[in-house]
Design a protein around this ligand. Structure first.
Ligand code: PBG
Length: 332
């Protein structure tokens, strides 16, 4: 039988040839998710053998240090290189100025020491912000007009950084969005001999509606107002570039964008602005949306997580902080 070649389109480009078989698709894959891309966040509570469910945060728990050590060791064996540690402070220990943040013998700093002693090769990322410690839930010290005072807050963050570094933090991560804090923290660390303590700056942190489950987890729900005078307006791009240039210049080692999946344009733009590595925080609300849709039978969580996390990597992030870390490890 003769084939009538005139029926074929004469095309110079047939991109489908590069998609025709699993073997070719595997060879031509441009981006891969690796265990070492992921950072697992943990919520630390005081005490031992404690595992508290968080009502609106499926499969994520408040854990005491003994249980975090166990879980972190397991994750580390599977290739996870870093954890981000957040404290859950009892109401009684919260105050207007969040002074418990500066207690070098508080359970948070003790936990850093223990993790460093037991898992010396695991990178510990500590949180520099006052919101878990303040009664009002804001990330800083208030002035007499109830505004967050930038410079007073920066000076406390510097003291926190020194306490964390002294306890063994590998990376301190200011999540507060005060101006000039990266430079001030770098100076404080250097002046005290912590030349090798890294700074991962929350560079473009948006005033997002997706932080609810996190605030539940650390019980830092705002008692008044919102965070729009320090976190960024979701409508803005240029502001993110200004923040990125500032943090780069001030000496941040890693620049973070947060949230991640609905700010891919920001990740990609900042990637073009700096040669520093980019981290992306796939935040609590981004995780919970997928979990909820899965529970309702609308979407498949494993498929969605893989696609979303890959999109974050594709947009330019080298590090992804995600509550879906344990889920994604199952398919890597
Ligand atoms: C506060 C902080 C927040 C998150 C990380 N650090 C909440 C906020 O800014 O109100 C949110 C992370 C998440 O939602 O997973 N310093």
């Amino acid at each position: 039988m003769q084939t009538n070649h005139t029926n074929f389109l004469s095309l110079l480009q047939r991109p489908r040839r590069n998609r025709k078989a699993p073997s070719i698709r595997a060879m031509l894959k441009e981006n891969h998710l690796l265990a070492s891309d992921f950072v697992m966040p943990f919520f630390l509570i005081e005490g031992s053998k404690k595992c508290e469910e968080i009502e609106k945060f499926p499969n994520i728990f408040r854990l005491s240090i003994d249980l975090i050590l166990k879980k972190a060791a397991l994750l580390h064996q599977k290739g996870i290189q870093a954890i981000a540690l957040f404290p859950v402070i009892e109401k009684m220990q919260k105050s207007l100025n969040g002074s418990e943040a500066l207690n070098p013998n508080g359970f948070y700093n003790k936990a850093i020491r223990l993790i460093k002693a037991e898992l010396p090769d695991l990178c510990i990322i500590t949180d520099l912000a006052l919101d878990p410690y303040t009664t009002h839930g804001h990330d800083g010290i208030l002035n007499n007009k109830n505004e967050v005072d930038n410079d007073a807050t920066v000076s406390i963050l510097c003291q926190m950084a020194l306490i964390h570094a002294e306890a063994g933090a590998d990376i301190v991560a200011p999540s507060d969005m005060m101006d000039g804090r990266v430079k001030a923290i770098r100076n404080a660390l250097d002046a005290n001999g912590f030349l090798n303590t890294s700074i991962m700056s929350y560079t473009a942190k948006y005033a997002s509606s997706l932080y609810g489950p996190f605030r539940d987890a650390v019980s830092s729900t705002l008692q008044f107002g919102d965070k729009r005078s320090y976190q960024m307006d979701p409508a803005n791009t240029k502001e993110a570039i200004i923040e990125a240039r500032a943090d780069d210049k001030e000496g941040a080692d890693i620049l973070m964008v947060k949230p991640a999946s609905i700010y891919l344009d920001i990740i990609s733009k900042i990637k073009n602005e700096t040669n520093k590595p980019i981290a992306a925080y796939h935040v609590s609300g981004e995780y919970c949306m997928v979990k909820a849709a899965h529970k309702l039978g609308y979407l498949n969580e494993m498929d969605v997580f893989q696609e979303v996390l890959l999109s974050i990597k594709r947009s330019g992030a080298s590090i992804i902080i995600s509550y879906a870390t344990e889920d994604i490890l199952k398919v890597l």
